[in-house]
Design a protein. Structure first.
Length: 556
């Protein structure tokens, strides 16, 4: 059964949990029999009679003269005064015994060694927990950090904890509080703590109070159960908890911004540093799904935006008629994403070769990162540390939005060059594979890929080897077959480069786009013979690289 807030407050008057609930229930019903009260409180009848007997002894419950007997709650004002008087009498009695009890303890008490390891205890109930908070605040010398709820702050305000925290701040102790300020009533409660630095964050299930990185009080709400807290004196544990509290505080929204947002109805401006990859991905998904009209993404699409879940979100945005515009530097991985999403969202080629990722949603919020992320399938590639920012600061977002929008207008349509781009990527991969084979076999490669021709023109090749056993250099060019006319033109260009750079030996690797064009008397072979070039061709990139390397190997 969930705890009645009124019964919870009544425990401050010295009643136990079930006693307080029994009195509140009787006050609401007017009168009730023990059996009815037992069912309402969900406890057995014997326990109910014991509780009612204690309340009768306290003078706050009476019995009727009727049969069966009914129990009646004494008028609340009278009952509360009786409870206060009882607490005063108990306190007075305790004060009278103070001197004699202390004298007896001093005869045998052995002080604990402060160097003994970590100590801890379990606290139960808000009253005991608030007493612990009061003790921590009174003993604080440097800093108090709190992650708590507005409801708890309100309850502390009417207990000794508030005065102790305020007194700590007055003597120079830094007080940092993280709580959820969701509405104007919550704001009014938080304003009582004007001596503290307060940040807004969504309410956490775990609450904590930390003192000087020495002591920690961790509270976890137990649903229907009474609150339970763990107190510990452990510098290592408290220091670890302080790191969490500091991160929560630094990533929270300042109280002034929240106050303005609550009063005006506009979102509070925030600027958050994100250090965790999962948190970055979670924020990216949340921001992406919140888009209503427009999303700009640039300039490093892979691998963050290639996850299946992200691709589905991007498609769903298109279905909702949200304009998604992606600026991306060409790569084989990103070309694959373009193919999957072509028609759903817009892609353009960015001239920027950068690790920066930026996503701007509706011109109002931005996720920015300059941390390098692994590319391709190389999982061992180390990430360069950088900075990840989530913000809705109007000036910053507007500035970046204008930059990205201008770059978008000046960029080329990605899909128009996709086939050429994909071929170029595959051919570059072929060239890389051949270079690797040459290095494995000790064949020397020239740094750079250009040769100055007799005409004074620099001609570019994919691979250049300085010399062979016959003394001539070898140059390698990779081409992709398209149609006879354009392929013939490119072969003629290769022939001109060969003549201008003599004496060199030119090997051309031709990638067929399909297996329709066989070797022998196929179109490529005829064109090659027509211009007097040696062409090695294959339909598979790996096979082509192997064949080109074998041709080179023959010359050494």
């Amino acid at each position: 059964m969930a705890e009645d807030p009124l019964a919870a407050d009544l425990k401050a008057f010295g009643l136990e949990d079930m006693e307080a609930q029994a009195y509140v229930r009787l006050a609401r019903l007017g009168k009730a029999r023990a059996s009815s009260l037992s069912s309402a409180l969900k406890i057995n009848r014997t326990t109910t009679y014991r509780i009612l007997e204690r309340l009768k002894q306290a003078g706050i419950v009476e019995t009727s003269m009727s049969r069966p007997v009914s129990f009646i709650a004494v008028e609340p004002k009278k009952a509360l005064q009786l409870l206060i008087d009882r607490r005063k009498d108990e306190l007075k009695a305790a004060e009278g015994k103070y001197a004699s009890i202390l004298e007896q303890f001093t005869k045998f008490y052995i002080p604990s060694d402060e160097a003994v390891g970590a100590r801890f205890s379990i606290l139960q109930g808000s009253e005991e927990i608030h007493r612990a908070v009061t003790r921590l605040a009174k003993g604080a010398g440097k800093k108090i950090s709190m992650i708590t709820s507005v409801r708890d702050l309100g309850k502390m305000y009417y207990s000794g904890a508030y005065e102790a925290i305020a007194a700590a701040a007055a003597r120079g102790v830094a007080v940092e509080i993280v709580t959820e300020v969701a509405d104007l009533p919550a704001l009014e409660i938080v304003k009582h703590y004007e001596f503290a630095e307060i940040r807004h964050r969504a309410e956490s299930k775990m609450k904590m109070v930390l003192k000087d990185e020495e002591e920690a009080l961790i509270t976890v709400a137990g649903g229907a159960e009474e609150e339970v807290a763990l107190w510990t004196y452990s510098q290592s544990f408290a220091s670890a908890m302080q790191s969490i509290a500091t991160n929560e505080f630094q990533s929270g929204i300042e109280l002034g911004a929240i106050a303005t947002a609550l009063k005006t109805g506009k979102p509070a401006e925030s600027f958050r540093i994100i250090t965790d990859d999962k948190e970055y991905a979670d924020n990216m998904m949340a921001l992406l799904t919140s888009a209503k009209s427009e999303v700009y993404i640039g300039f490093n699409l892979y691998p963050t935006f290639s996850a299946p879940a992200v691709l589905e979100v991007l498609k769903s945005l298109a279905d909702r008629r949200v304009k998604v515009r992606v600026l991306s530097a060409p790569s084989s991985d990103e070309a694959d994403i373009v193919r999957k999403l072509h028609g759903a969202i817009e892609f353009r080629i960015s001239a920027f070769q950068t690790d920066v990722q930026v996503m701007i949603v509706d011109g109002k919020e931005m996720l920015f990162s300059n941390a390098a992320r692994a590319q391709g399938s190389d999982n061992n590639k180390k990430k360069r540390p950088g900075i990840n920012i989530l913000t809705n600061l109007a000036g910053m977002v507007s500035f970046m939005h204008n930059i990205v929008a201008d770059i978008w207008l000046d960029s080329r349509e990605y899909i128009l060059e996709l086939e050429t781009l994909q071929q170029s990527i595959v051919l570059n991969r072929c060239a890389g594979a051949v270079r690797a084979m040459m290095q494995d076999h000790g064949i020397e490669i020239v740094l750079g890929n250009k040769i100055m021709g007799k005409s004074g023109v620099l001609h570019k090749f994919d691979i250049i080897s300085p010399s062979t056993r016959t003394g001539g250099r070898i140059a390698v060019s990779f081409l992709a077959y398209s149609d006879p006319e354009s392929t013939g033109t490119r072969l003629m260009e290769s022939k001109i480069k060969l003549l201008d750079c003599e004496p060199i030996d030119l090997v051309i690797g031709m990638l067929r786009t399909s297996n329709r064009h066989g070797e022998g008397d196929g179109p490529v072979a005829k064109l090659a013979r027509a211009v007097g070039l040696h062409v090695v061709q294959a339909g598979d990139p790996d096979q082509l690289a192997e064949l080109v390397f074998r041709e080179l190997e023959k010359r050494y």
